[in-house]
Design a protein around this ligand. Structure first.
Ligand code: GTP
Ligand code: MG
Length: 198
């Protein structure tokens, strides 16, 4: 999709604040600092619409971006950020769970992992949960920061990540991505557009 129009519509921490337009939604989840906002910016052709930061833990609400009046991208706070208090982490978990489990317009979830490392325990837990009956939505696993590893290693990276996640090929797809080179952008968009029609 060629994106011309994006609006940051709202930040929400509870259901009453979610948009009511009835547009399909796709959520972006992943460890803090993994590159969720950067992926969003590449997809919408903006340098810094979604705030990126070298400081992890910046995104603390569900941020709904309305794209081309067709779909909402939902930036979800990153998990696994140690400096966030236990209490804050628990309230994030409740907020994220409420959204991912009950949200009818939500058509798919993009889970980002760092291409340079094996998935963390939390990445694996998140993937298991997303693909469990509790949620059971299509998941696109995006291995990002691929510019930091040589192309010759990409196949191995994919195999290693899939093995660690016990990748469920019926419910999920995989894409390697770089916000620096924009590699993978078109494939991610194709996946999102297919979900928007589901
Ligand atoms: P939170 O909002 O804190 O959860 O982080 P986030 O997942 O939104 O990460 P963000 O997009 O802010 O990126 C974190 C850092 O990683 C920034 O310094 C980005 O410039 C960098 N980064 C993100 N994607 C890439 C990528 O594909 N390649 C490289 N080299 N750096 C990236
Ligand atoms: Mg972010």
């Amino acid at each position: 999709m060629e994106v011309h129009q994006v609006e940051m519509v709202m930040s929400a921490v509870r259901e009453a604040q979610y948009p009511t337009d009835g547009l399909p939604e796709v959520a972006f989840v992943g460890r803090s600092n993994v590159g969720k906002s950067s992926l969003t910016n590449v997809l919408i052709n903006r340098k810094s619409f979604a705030r990126t930061s070298s400081q992890p833990g910046k995104t603390q609400t569900l941020n709904f971006y309305k794209v081309e009046n067709k779909v909402f991208f939902v930036d979800v706070p990153g998990y696994g950020y140690a400096k966030v208090s236990k209490k804050a982490r628990e309230s994030f978990a409740i907020m994220i769970g409420e959204y991912l489990r009950k949200r009818q317009p939500l058509k798919g979830i993009v889970q980002l992992v760092d291409a340079r490392h094996l998935p963390s325990k939390e990445d694996i837990e998140m993937y298991n949960w997303l693909t469990s009956d509790d949620i059971g939505l299509p998941v696109l696993v995006v291995a990002t920061k691929a510019d930091k590893i040589s192309r010759g290693k990409w196949n191995k990276v994919e195999a290693d990540i899939k093995r660690e996640l016990q990748f469920n090929a019926e419910l999920s797809d995989f894409e390697i991505f770089s916000a620096e080179t924009k590699h993978g952008k078109d494939n991610v968009w194709d996946w999102l557009e297919a979900r928007m029609l589901d």
